[in-house]
Design a protein around this ligand. Structure first.
Ligand code: ADP
Length: 265
């Protein structure tokens, strides 16, 4: 499990896709939890980092997976010398500090862990720690944010309707090409012409999903390729290692992606 607590000093760069900044800010004011839906690498985490900065709140981020237990989230007793001390988990820390709690890929978590977030997502905004008997009211500014990728999920892992209905849903997708060019240029540190070539290349690779490519290349992989290019790696090589390699192991698809790369660089 990763739990990163950060209060960003500088503004995390985020290029809005629509009115998501205003809607999120309004949800924060009203204490409403938010779910972010969208493919991996399309800017969901960056959006939450940006909003935490805008709203002046700390952010606690947890990458969910199927081994994550309620104790990992809430906390546990630890033995220190001859003492037993309670150590808050990331959810408890976020509730006490009035942080923005970001549970990334929440459908990966076990059902018993999603029960933990239930009372935090309704108007009560309380957290009960069975192990210590404590009932904690969420500090002002606390906000629950979850994300998931609808195309990964299967029925069993789907969120319960009763959980879903507590959230405001914001849909994310890859940015349009104009925005994606700007993101790749800024984040990757490359000239605009290079960002245009990378985004055009992605536009040609993304339709290969119909020919068996499991995932479309995300904005994240384009930024990674751009960073390698900016650091002096030859363009084709950078695209092969940052875009083609991570996407697939299928030799036919790799060859098709390589041909597209050669056509653009
Ligand atoms: P997700 O959480 O959806 O998997 P991330 O937020 O980690 O994706 O986005 C991956 C990377 O893509 C970010 O680190 C950032 O460089 C870039 N990125 C994607 N969308 C945006 C955006 N709208 N504004 C700024 N950067 C973005």
């Amino acid at each position: 499990m990763q739990a990163i607590q950060a209060r960003c000093d500088g503004e995390p760069f985020y290029l809005a896709q629509g009115d998501e900044i205003e809607i999120f800010a309004q949800c924060h004011r009203q204490g409403l939890p938010v779910m972010l839906k969208g493919p991996t690498g399309c800017g969901k985490t960056r959006f939450v980092e940006h909003m935490a900065w805008r709203l002046g709140r700390p952010m606690v981020s947890v990458a969910c997976h199927d081994d994550l237990t309620a104790s990992d989230l809430l906390g546990r007793f630890l033995i220190r010398g001859d003492e037993t001390v309670w150590q808050d988990g990331p959810v408890t820390q976020a509730v006490r500090r009035g942080a923005i709690l970001y549970l990334d890929e929440v459908v990966e978590a076990r059902p018993d862990t999603t029960v933990v977030i239930h009372p935090l997502s309704d108007h009560r905004r309380v957290l009960s720690l069975d192990k210590t008997g404590e009932v904690i009211d969420a500090a002002p500014g606390f906000q629950l944010v979850i994300s998931y990728n609808p195309s990964y999920q299967h029925a069993l892992k789907d969120l319960k309707p009763s959980t879903r209905q507590r959230f405001v849903a914001l849909e994310f997708d890859f940015p349009d090409s104009g925005r994606e060019i700007e993101i790749v240029a800024v984040e990757g540190g490359v000239e605009r012409a290079c960002a245009v070539a990378l985004v055009t290349l992605a536009g040609r690779i993304r339709p290969l999903r119909d020919r068996g490519l499991a995932e479309a290349p995300s904005t994240r992989v384009l930024v990674a390729a751009a960073r390698l290019i900016a650091a002096g790696i030859p363009e084709r090589k950078a695209c092969e290692v940052a875009i083609a390699g991570p996407l697939t192991d299928d030799p036919t698809l790799i060859a098709a992606v390589r041909d597209l790369i050669a056509g653009h660089f």
